[in-house]
Design a protein around this ligand. Structure first.
Ligand SMILES: [Zn+2]
Ligand SMILES: [Zn+2]
Length: 148
């Protein structure tokens, strides 16, 4: 019984009000695309765990691939000497679409992240191939660098 908390003067009125104000949460599908699970908000239990994992690991933004980076990438790739992929790995599409870190930085606080001398134009293919090769525990989301 939580009547002590009830400030309504008329008992019958408050009873009705209580019914109407029952927290009603319409169910909607989990925010994870393709997941059929119905939840009151956000993600289902399974995907909530996935998201928590992501949060602990850090999102692409936390790893430095922010709007600022996207703007920088666009500027970098608009330079005439950065039109073509510098990596030229097997299967290269030749056209530079993202900025590759020559030496992969440890994170956004690593000076190598923003050091122009550490940047080169790369196509998405080469960038992701190089990224897969470089993956060692603290894998950087190399695809994320290509967006924008
Ligand atoms: Zn889900
Ligand atoms: Zn390439």
């Amino acid at each position: 019984m939580q009547n002590s908390q009830n400030k309504q003067v008329e008992p019958s009125g408050s009873f009705l009000l209580g019914l109407i104000q029952m927290p009603y949460k319409p169910l909607r599908p989990c925010l994870q695309p393709g997941c059929p699970e119905l939840v009151s908000k956000g993600y289902c239990d399974k995907h909530k765990k996935d998201k928590e994992y992501d949060r602990r690991r850090g999102t692409a933004n936390q790893r430095g691939y922010t709007y600022r980076w996207q703007k920088y990438s666009r500027h970098f790739l608009s330079r005439p000497d950065n039109v073509f992929c510098k990596l030229q790995l097997l299967g290269c599409t030749n056209l530079a679409e993202c900025v590759d870190h020559i030496v992969p930085p440890d994170g956004p606080d690593d000076p190598r992240f923003w050091d122009p001398a550490n940047h080169q134009a790369a196509c998405i293919h080469c960038n992701s191939v190089k990224g897969r090769r470089a993956q060692k525990g603290t894998a950087m989301p190399f695809e994320a660098m290509c967006r924008g």
